[in-house]
Design a protein around this ligand. Structure first.
Ligand code: FNR
Length: 420
């Protein structure tokens, strides 16, 4: 009712409520490369379309006269009560949407009690985002690096930054075939964007130092500290904001320190040889709950539980990795049947409103992850835009739950929907 009342008093929303209009507004607000990176997917983008189409195969089946005057949206996740079943999925390089980047998202999430998954490819170091969030709930998302020392360092920092869980994303051991970015010749990391967790890390600084020393032909080891790295990258990235035609960016990134940092990042970013056997090492690095993101097959869900994980995220990375992948929502029922409530399931990829969240919960999810919509909100109206996108999802979820005849999230179940 708050959302409607704002309309009554003549206040226009800061961001469009309609998800397609929101995407169009973000497109208008952003340079072509930034929008392509945020909106784009793998190959012919069939997975993005499939993610949406999968929701259309289910219909909510409303029940009447069930006293829904008082409602409770809370859930329990990783031992804590959460005010709603929404979390913010990790989005890297979010400086492409707005200069306040992860800080603005963190503040918006914290103000609404929605957990924010800090991306491994964030534009701001996790310590800065943690400061901005105060005691707001945050988890850290790890891309398993080829350097175990770096993995251990990231997780130490995540614990020190008050992260409540570690989300290990397993679907990006190789970067997907991102058609729009390929056509624009655009990879933000090579411009020093989206590598703030690395350039703020002491272990990463040591790796860069070794690389520079090798390049310098074994002379005295150069001084490389996270502070120095960040300021060198900062200068290079300031150059990156000037038009590419003037060659300023390329010049700046050719200077030795930024170049060494970016090359080191490209070397250590991922570990494509990773197997289930490696997962045990996580427990040497952290005592936080471990969540595996990018699970789509019930056999993988089973193995995840065998390996003692605390939760899984059913996701196809918003269609950015495998073209023609099974839709995330289409994979959910079989995964949920196998998991049988042993661990919580978070569903993301294609959630574009509160009714989608009701559908996902009816099919067995404990919570849903928001992706692109909050990045679009950030692009259109900064922190206030993110807050509004989250509030709109929560408000529509509350309404849909009530109109379906439920008073609380626990009442949403298989009976809530039928195939459309
Ligand atoms: C992502 N996603 C992502 N996932 C992750 O684990 N680490 C990351 O750094 C990123 N980065 C990222 C950047 C951008 C621009 C997008 C759009 C997505 C995937 C994200 O967490 C989530 O799975 C999807 O966004 C969900 O799909 P929808 O809702 O955006 O369609």
């Amino acid at each position: 009712s708050e959302v409607y009342r704002a309309g009554l008093s003549g206040t226009r929303p800061a961001v469009p409520v309609d998800p397609d209009a929101l995407e169009r507004a973000a497109r208008k607000a952003l340079p072509a490369e930034a929008f392509a990176y945020l909106a784009g997917g793998a190959g012919s983008e069939r997975t993005i379309a499939a993610n949406r189409a999968a929701f259309g195969r289910w219909g909510i089946w409303p029940r009447v006269l069930s006293d829904v005057a008082e409602r409770d949206l809370a859930i329990e996740l990783f031992g804590r009560r959460r005010p709603t079943p929404f979390v913010l999925s990790p989005i890297g390089v979010i400086e492409l949407a707005h200069r306040d980047a992860d800080l603005a998202v963190g503040r918006a999430a914290a103000s609404l009690g929605v957990p924010y998954v800090l991306s491994n490819q964030a534009s701001r170091p996790m310590e800065d985002v943690a400061d901005a969030m105060g005691d707001g709930a945050r988890w850290f998302q790890l891309y398993w690096s080829a350097s175990d020392e770096l993995n251990a360092s990231f997780l130490r920092r995540a614990e020190a930054s008050g992260c409540e869980a570690v989300v290990v994303t397993l679907d990006t051991h190789l970067l997907g075939w991102r058609t729009r970015d390929l056509d624009l010749g655009f990879l933000p990391f090579t411009r020093g964007q989206g590598i703030a967790q690395y350039t703020s890390d002491p272990v990463f600084a040591e790796l860069v130092r070794e690389r520079v020393a090798r390049g310098a032909g074994g002379g005295p080891r150069p001084k490389v500290t996270p502070t120095l790295l960040r300021s060198a990258l900062g200068i290079a990235r300031a150059g990156a904001r000037t038009p590419l035609v003037d060659g300023g960016v390329r010049e700046a990134l050719r200077s030795p320190l930024p170049r060494a940092a970016i090359e080191t990042f490209l070397d250590v970013f991922a570990q494509p040889a990773l197997t289930w056997g490696d997962l045990a090492r996580l427990r040497d690095w952290t005592s936080l709950p471990v969540v595996l993101k990018g699970i789509l097959h019930p056999d993988d869900a089973e193995r995840a539980i065998d390996h003692g994980v605390d939760g899984i995220v059913v996701s196809n990375h918003g269609g950015r990795q495998v073209d023609a992948s099974v839709a995330s929502l289409a994979a959910l029922p079989a995964v949920a049947a196998r998991v049988a409530d042993r661990v919580p399931i978070i569903l993301d990829s294609g959630v574009r409103g509160g009714a989608d969240a009701v559908t996902a919960l009816a099919l067995g999810a404990t919570a849903v992850g928001l992706g692109r919509p909050y990045a679009y909100g950030l692009a259109v109206a900064g922190e206030a835009g993110v807050r509004e996108v989250i509030r709109n999802h929560v408000a529509e979820f509350d309404l849909t739950m009530a109109l379906a005849g439920h008073r609380s999230v626990g009442e949403i179940g298989p009976e809530t929907i039928r195939s459309a």
